[in-house]
Design a protein around this ligand. Structure first.
Ligand SMILES: *Cc1c(COP(=O)(O)O)cnc(C)c1O
Length: 433
């Protein structure tokens, strides 16, 4: 595949942008090769600067539930832009989007908007700490809550090990307040509460973990987190930045029947523009300034363009009663089709899916947490990634990411993808012999 222009674009970018990218994973470090520069997209298709077309399963890492350049979203953004892009004063659009969110996610009695998921998660944790007057938080190894200091902590070797920073620049003190336990290990959370009695402000979790590949919660795991937090008077935070309006209208919490105290949103609620939100119980949200003592602010929080894109997206979600059923059918076709092909070629694998999200691990063992996810064959993934890219299928350039479909994907794209996977694996398996 000729990607001359992408290669020269990357060279030019590297002269002025550190590493040539503005978010690390985009650099293709995990799969090798030069990153593809994109130029345009419509529906399920994205086009690069060298003129290739791809069926897109990255979808800007999740936000594009309706696909690229959905007409209602484009129109909403254009209309809002013509009225003025930002005022730094309240606008009706913020309330419109908040009303849509609160109506579809009942645990969110009040919300606040930010400009990214990172900011929203960071503020939710500060709020939980201010509300409980405690400082420690529990997070799960392999869960991602954005790039704020408190979340960039590697797993300790046992449930009670205090975290060590996973990036230089994160202070040891910050890491010491983050207790890392294994995903799907509710007993470890109970143990963390016993060992840190009265000190844990919050437990933060991705109800469906989508940032180590897709790892689903075991039956009862989230309910046990709810029980532990209620018992210990800690705040249960569901980070639904990825799952919100992706797996169901009311998020993973609706499917699982567990009500968190605070929820963090982002991605889909911005329809492709920079947005985050956090919200939950009115009593806790009342601790935010100006009503309460916990500070929160943002020059572009609730930005009119972002609100317009979010409103247009969430109105489609609200009004289309079979949207998630249709998406489930398509991800089901895709994962079962991929499973059959991989079995045919004798490649050990595990697939998972939830709503419009799906994941594929190159391991024969069940994947329930970070350690089991890490047993995947990342070398094989890199080959699969490039073989699929060559055949017009754009997947995430890392084994440890979830994949997404949009309402613009149809059985046609799924069939094209499965045919590409069959050809890709034929090539990989033959070369390996
Ligand atoms: C993407 C993501 C974030 C961070 O959102 P940004 O908008 O990239 O800052 C936080 N939590 C989860 C679960 C995410 O998937």
């Amino acid at each position: 595949m000729n990607i001359e222009r992408s290669i020269s674009d990357f060279g030019r970018a590297r002269n002025v942008i550190a590493g040539g990218v503005n978010s690390s994973v985009r650099a293709f470090t995990a799969v090798g090769g030069s990153p593809i520069f994109m130029k345009s997209g419509s529906g399920a298709i994205v086009r690069d600067v060298d003129g290739h077309e791809y069926v897109d399963y990255v979808l800007s890492w999740g936000p594009l539930l309706l696909g690229h350049a959905h007409p209602a979203v484009v129109k909403a953004i254009a209309t809002a832009a013509a009225r003025g892009s930002s005022f730094g004063a309240p606008t009706e659009a913020e309330t419109d989007l908040a009303e849509l969110i609160c109506a579809m996610v009942p645990s969110m009695e009040r919300v606040r908007f930010t400009s990214s998921g990172t900011e929203a998660a960071m503020n939710a944790v500060r709020l939980a700490r201010g509300y409980t007057r405690r400082e420690k938080i529990v997070k799960f190894a392999g869960c991602y809550h954005g790039a704020a200091d408190a979340f960039l902590i590697a797993a300790g070797s046992s449930a009670l090990t205090l975290g060590v920073p996973s990036s230089p620049g994160v202070p040891r003190g910050t890491a010491a307040d983050t207790i890392v336990v294994d995903y799907n290990d509710a007993a470890a959370v109970d143990a963390a509460f016993s060992a840190n009695a009265g000190e844990i402000a919050a437990v933060i979790v991705e109800p469906y973990a989508g940032n180590m590949g897709l790892v689903l919660p075991k039956v009862g795991f989230l309910r046990r987190l709810r029980e532990a937090c209620t018992r210990e008077r800690a705040v249960l935070i569901f980070d639904e930045v990825m799952t919100g309006f992706r797996v169901a209208r009311g998020g993973a919490q609706e499917i699982q029947g567990v009500r968190p105290d605070l929820t963090v949103l982002g991605k889909v609620i911005g329809g492709g523009l920079p947005v985050g939100a956090f919200g939950g119980r009115e009593e806790i949200m009342a601790y935010l300034s100006p009503d309460g003592p916990v500070f929160h602010a943002g020059t572009l929080s609730g930005n009119p363009l972002a609100m317009a894109a979010g409103i247009a997206t969430l109105k489609v979600v609200r009004d289309d009663s079979t949207l998630f059923e249709r998406l489930e059918v398509l991800t089901g076709l895709l994962t079962s089709g991929l499973g059959e092909i991989l079995t045919k070629y004798g490649v050990p694998h595990r697939t998972a899916r939830a709503g419009s999200m799906f994941g594929l691990f190159f391991t024969g063992e069940p994947v329930v947490d970070l350690a089991s996810a890490m047993r995947s064959d990342t070398t094989l993934y890199a080959k699969y990634f490039h073989a699929m890219l060559d055949r017009g299928i754009s997947l995430a350039p890392s084994q440890f990411e979830a994949a997404f479909i949009s309402t613009a994907h149809t059985t046609r794209e799924i069939e094209r993808t499965l045919a590409a996977a069959d050809a890709a694996l034929a090539e990989i398996v033959t070369t390996a012999r």
